[in-house]
Write a protein that binds this ligand. Structure first.
Ligand code: MF3
Ligand code: CO
Length: 290
């Protein structure tokens, strides 16, 4: 439900409690209507997670985190992306979880592996990792019904100075974005901070894909842009859980989706890097769930 029209005091409350609005949600909502008057977009309130749900997402996240650790320990020159897919699949199943990507709108594997000029959604295959490749491994787990989503970059062997710089900048961009998250803050601040930082380094930020609410489904509201937009954006409320996952390009931000309908690559063929966390807005700031 969206807070678009302010109910009258004596109307039944929008939440379905059967109580009059003035006896139910009116006091709580007053604060939100004041933000709405300032131009903020009030998110649908049903995306706000209970502490029990947040705990569920955190547990799911600990599996995702462990999988990324395993990938980090094993990845090296000569490994294929199919092998990475097998590691992810095996550990997920062993943990009692489900790999969220598998069969998601027809995605054929358990993890996304995106090498060099691939921005995201690369499909594991027989491709052998070679010295100097940079690769994003994006792991999403469902555990006990709760979704978590995180990704890291890995450098295979020794990469060029340019590649290492891009990988480091993408990680820094993620933390700079996370730093902007606070209760009753503006989601737009995340993209502004990330784009400012990246542009200063001469990098561009992908515009066609963004972060997303996550937790009870793989992709929920809000959509999270990593670039700067003018005006007020979505109001950040305690209990909102979403990803921040900036994709940073060496050259142009422009993307192309390949024939497989998944793999997104840079239009100019230059490198792209991405790191991702799932975070929760808390009463006092932000917490990384995975
Ligand atoms: N994990 C990706 C994200 O960060 C989504 C992948 S969808 C898939 O949002 F189907 F390709 F797995
Ligand atoms: Co994501």
């Amino acid at each position: 439900m969206y807070l678009v029209k302010k109910p009258n005091r004596n109307d039944l409350c929008w939440c379905g409690s059967g109580k009059k609005y003035k006896r139910c949600h009116m006091e709580e909502d007053k604060k939100l209507y004041a933000f709405e008057e300032q131009g903020f977009i009030i998110p649908p309130l049903n995306i706000i997670k209970t502490s029990e749900q947040i705990e569920g997402i955190r547990k799911s996240g600990s599996i995702t985190n462990e999988i990324l650790n395993i990938v980090g320990e094993r990845i090296k020159v000569g490994v294929t992306t199919n092998e990475i897919d097998n590691w992810v699949s095996e550990y997920t199943i062993k943990s009692g979880g489900i790999a969220a990507p598998l069969n998601y709108y027809g995605f054929p594997k358990s993890v996304c592996t995106s090498i060099n000029n691939v921005i995201c959604h690369g499909i594991p295959e027989d491709r052998v990792l070679k010295n100097g490749d940079i690769i994003n491994v994006d792991v999403s787990t469902i555990f006990n019904g709760y979704y978590s989503d995180a990704s890291r970059m890995f450098i295979v062997g020794e990469a060029s100075e340019n590649a290492v710089k891009l990988v480091d900048a993408a990680k820094e961009a993620l933390y700079i974005g996370i730093n902007e998250v606070k209760p009753y803050g503006d989601l737009n601040a995340v993209g502004i901070a990330i784009e400012n930082y990246c542009n200063k380094l001469g990098y561009s930020v992908v515009r066609d894909l963004g972060g997303h609410g996550v937790g009870l489904k793989f992709h929920e509201e809000p959509h999270v842009d990593h670039f700067a937009k003018s005006g007020k954006g979505v109001l950040l409320l305690p209990g909102m859980v979403f990803t921040i996952e900036p994709m940073i390009n060496e050259g142009s931000y422009k993307c192309i989706t390949l024939e497989d309908d998944w793999t997104v690559v840079t239009k100019d063929g230059l490198l792209s890097a991405q790191w991702e966390h799932t975070i929760v807005v808390t009463e006092s700031g932000v917490e990384i769930l995975v």
